[in-house]
Design a protein around this ligand. Structure first.
Ligand code: RAM
Length: 333
């Protein structure tokens, strides 16, 4: 009797285990790999990814990132995602080249890889999704700071890491824009890197005040950097003396916009960015999108997106935030 019971229990366990395996294999597994954990910008991307999952169904979304934004940390994560045989990876990369070999390996294993936000070189991904045109972002950041400093004096850039593809591309365009005659009385005195870590960014901002006592403005094209710089300006008693602009999350910048530390700044909607990245990865896995230059695809609630040169797809123009609209946007992201 005992033996029969044991037999049935074992059969039950086996059945349960296989149903777990089957249940798992039904879902398409997509990993969103971000620059680093603890960055509210990427938490908003994650939220958008979950919205795509709810809409499309049958997806398990894995959200991962290293504790500090390094390429090494992301390589380790992708290595383990390959071992887990996920179906797709959407990555915001910490380095344009360093991630190419591991992403190539993932693609060789049949995993669909795209980059979003911060890209990897074309050989390492099927396509890259940019939230907004790089040239437009770079040039408009300079226009904003120029407006705030009356087109005169020293300015500096406080970026994320020196390896971050998105910030580096924007900075190249900022330098291009600064060549225009309108900026002849402005001087870019430094580009410093806070590595998308709050404390390092804060220290770099304080360092700028010491090294350049006449500094008039800072562009920080990173949500982590701009919030830390806002705090540094406040703590150093430099509100109104050093102007701040860049790319910031309304929820993190509200106080600095309202108290005049940062009169205006820009950003796109990170929820939409995460939604679109997950949506596109899913459709590529399903074979419904091909990732070919010139292809126009329907990305759910976002409408049509076209794949351009180098297989880069660009979403829309960023929003500009100031005292008039910051409170409304701070509620959303
Ligand atoms: C930070 C990250 C991200 C960038 C935003 C603007 O959160 O560096 O990659 O897109 O800022």
């Amino acid at each position: 009797m005992k033996k029969i019971r044991l037999f049935f229990i074992s059969i039950l366990i086996i059945l349960l285990m296989t149903s777990v395996v089957f249940a798992q294999s039904d879902n398409i597994r997509i990993a969103m790999v971000v620059k680093g954990l603890g960055n509210a910008f990427f938490e908003a991307c994650h939220k958008g990814g979950q919205e795509a999952v709810e809409e499309l169904g049958g997806i398990e979304l894995i959200f991962q990132g290293p504790s500090t934004p390094t390429a090494e940390g992301q390589i380790e994560i992708i290595d383990s995602l390959i071992a887990q045989r996920v179906d797709g990876i959407a990555i915001s990369a910490n380095d344009v080249d360093a991630l190419v070999p591991i992403c190539k390996r993932a693609m060789d294993m049949g995993i669909t890889v795209i980059s979003f936000d911060s890209g990897i070189a074309a050989e390492g991904r099927l396509l890259h999704l940019d939230p907004s045109g790089a040239e437009f972002i770079g040039r408009s950041q300079v226009k904003m700071v120029a407006d705030l400093v009356d087109y005169k004096g020293q300015i500096a850039i406080l970026s994320a890491s020196s390896q971050h593809t998105n910030q580096n591309t924007w900075i190249e365009w900022m330098k291009e824009e600064l060549k225009e005659p309108a900026y002849k009385d402005m001087e870019l005195v430094a580009v410093v890197y806070g590595d998308d870590l709050s404390d390092k960014s804060y220290r770099e901002a304080m360092g700028l005040f010491t090294s350049y006592p006449d500094l008039k403005g800072i562009i920080s094209p990173t949500t982590v950097g701009i919030a830390a710089t806002g705090k540094a300006i406040e703590d150093a008693g430099k509100i109104g003396e050093v102007q701040l602009t860049g790319l910031g999350l309304p929820s993190e910048m509200k106080q600095y916009i309202l108290n005049g530390t940062c009169e205006k700044m820009a950003l796109w909607n990170p929820i939409d960015l995460g939604y679109s990245s997950t949506y596109i990865t899913y459709k590529l896995i399903k074979g419904e999108f091909k990732a070919e230059q010139g292809e126009i695809f329907e990305v759910g609630r976002m409408g049509q997106i076209e794949i351009g040169e180098n297989n880069v797809a660009v979403m829309g123009e960023p929003f500009v935030f100031d005292k008039d609209n910051i409170e409304q946007f701070a509620e959303i992201y």
